[in-house]
Design a protein around this ligand. Structure first.
Ligand code: SAH
Length: 342
């Protein structure tokens, strides 16, 4: 069993005296020490920076969740603080103790700076044998928009009549549905589906042909397929993403309609009715012309991954490429745009 103890950063320096008030149980090889802190969104970056000093593998940030479905599911709750986590090798118990003291002190200083609330430093041990399973506890069943449900393969979900359930094994590829940029795109896709643009949106009549540029885990292409789109192509420059999308297409019985390959735009397989592109702003700017080139006249692109400061740049590049911005969605610092090929 992992042992957990709380360390108040405000009293950081007094935490682990010689007796060590953090009772972590036996450390050693095959044991990791997890440090975690709930931090207000404004403080996440500063807290991550502090924990990274002690953790060779860097940090992870888990958004705040509210539980639903009798605790079996969850929705992102932006009023709850994200949790920053870092792992220290237990093979060096003295180093671990020192790191805890220093981390708590540094967090205490941060608090004194007047950044918004930072919770206690939580410390617990995780045995390597449990490791392969431990990360899975950070992926709940997630409801996005009205109907879409992202279910990690190892979790159960009570199906509601309207639910469109995606079973996903995120593995190493990006696209668990937890990132705001992915969620914005999924919500936008659901809107297009509600408007009949997926099932009947094709310029030739019938279901829309869709390309997902930078498909990652395949989450967007699979959602499009389940929401009624016709033929789907996923491309990604990263071979791991291609593998992941292929595996997830199989898990969701989408292999007939969803083809995946390593690459980018131009795909040479257009035109498409809809382009999905959850990339970063600089790539959207650079690829504006070839992305436009994938579309039929009147076709739409859903572009996400745009940090709010860069929205203007994307808009300018899109307009120059013959894409007229028609809608926008925003969450936290991120923006997604819909644009129509004129
Ligand atoms: N579509 C997924 C993943 C988005 S992350 C989601 O919405 O969650 C962005 C993906 O774009 C990564 O998998 C990355 O490998 C891929 N990528 C980066 N540059 C690219 C490019 N020039 N062309 C195609 N894909 C690219």
């Amino acid at each position: 069993m992992p042992s957990t103890s709380g360390v108040d950063p405000a009293e950081g320096a007094s935490v682990a005296g010689p007796a060590g008030s953090t009772d972590l149980g036996p450390l050693g090889s095959g044991v990791w020490v997890e440090l975690s802190v709930a931090a207000d969104i404004e403080a996440v970056e500063a807290v991550s920076e502090i924990l990274t000093r002690f953790a060779p593998g860097g940090t992870s940030v888990e958004p705040g969740f509210g539980l639903t479905d009798e605790g079996l599911g969850a929705v992102i709750d932006t009023t709850k603080p994200p949790i920053v986590r870092a792992y220290l090798p237990g093979i060096d118990p003295a180093g671990v103790e020192a790191a805890i003291v220093e981390a708590a002190a540094a967090l205490g200083h941060l608090q004194a700076f007047g950044l918004r609330p930072i919770g206690d430093l939580q410390v617990r041990t995780v045995r390597e044998d449990d490791w392969a399973e431990a990360w899975k506890s950070h992926f709940p069943v997630l409801r996005v928009g009205r109907r879409l449900v992202i279910r990690p393969t190892w979790r159960r979900h009570h199906h509601q009549p309207d639910d469109v359930v995606l079973s996903l094994d995120p593995g190493m590829a990006f696209g668990t549905g937890l990132h705001p940029t992915t969620r914005l795109c999924l919500a936008a896709l659901e809107t297009l589906a509600d408007e009949g643009l997926l099932a009947k949106g094709s310029a030739r009549g019938g279901a829309a042909r869709v390309i997902d540029v930078g498909c990652g885990s395949g989450i967007l292409a699979i959602a499009a397929g389940k929401l009624g789109a016709g033929e789907l192509l996923g491309v990604d420059t990263d071979p791991i993403a291609v593998e992941s999308t292929t595996a997830n297409a199989r898990l969701n019985s989408q292999t007939r309609r969803l083809r995946v390959r390593q690459g980018s735009v131009p795909s040479g397989e257009g035109p498409f009715d809809i382009v999905l592109a959850n990339l970063i702003a600089s790539l959207l700017v650079r690829l504006a012309e070839p992305l436009r080139g994938e579309l039929v006249p009147g076709g739409r692109i859903l572009a996400s991954g745009i940090f709010r400061d860069r929205e203007g740049d994307v808009q300018t590049a899109f307009e120059a490429a013959g894409l007229r911005i028609s809608r926008r969605w925003a969450e936290e610092d991120w923006v997604a745009l819909e644009a129509v090929a004129v």
